[in-house]
Design a protein around this ligand. Structure first.
Ligand SMILES: [Zn+2]
Ligand SMILES: [Zn+2]
Length: 147
């Protein structure tokens, strides 16, 4: 994980400069909380992590920053089935392994699946940007407790 944090933070700094988004301490702490995990945290989990460093921060402020990071393409939002929003700082194209029991989300490299293609033209002239596949199943930990 350590080896991906530095490039993610560097990319974040570069993008902020490009976009004229001030690199405040608050933004850095929030983004680092996101970029330092591959667990696809909920906004609330990010808030809990950030609060350890900035006790006075509000959930609304964390939400607002997450929104602007997502708008700037610094973050991807993953919505799982009908579960709450999960956040993803892995900006490379990839798929997800989703545990149906504990809702853990694990990255699966893009090339781990055969290329996904449309076999028909999408209805209503829908423009396809990319494919993101959710592979549903049980994580090792949940499978081990399955008797
Ligand atoms: Zn699980
Ligand atoms: Zn991911």
């Amino acid at each position: 994980m350590r080896d991906t944090l530095a490039p993610r933070m560097q990319n974040f700094r570069d993008r902020c400069v490009e976009l004229g988004m001030p690199l405040t301490h608050q933004r850095l702490v929030i983004y680092e909380a996101l970029a330092s995990t591959d667990e696809h945290p909920t906004p609330e989990a990010v808030f809990e992590r950030v609060r350890k460093k900035i006790p006075s921060i509000s959930l609304a402020t964390v939400y607002k920053n997450i929104r602007s990071f997502a708008d700037a393409g610094l973050l991807r939002e993953v919505s799982l089935l009908h579960e709450s929003l999960r956040l993803d700082a892995n900006l490379a194209d990839h798929h997800h392994l989703v545990c149906e029991r504990c809702k853990s989300v694990t990255d699966l490299p893009h090339d781990a699946l055969a290329p996904v293609r449309m076999k028909i033209n999408p209805p209503d002239r829908f423009q396809v940007h990319r494919f993101n596949v959710e592979v549903l199943g049980l994580c090792a930990r949940c499978a081990a407790t399955d008797s």
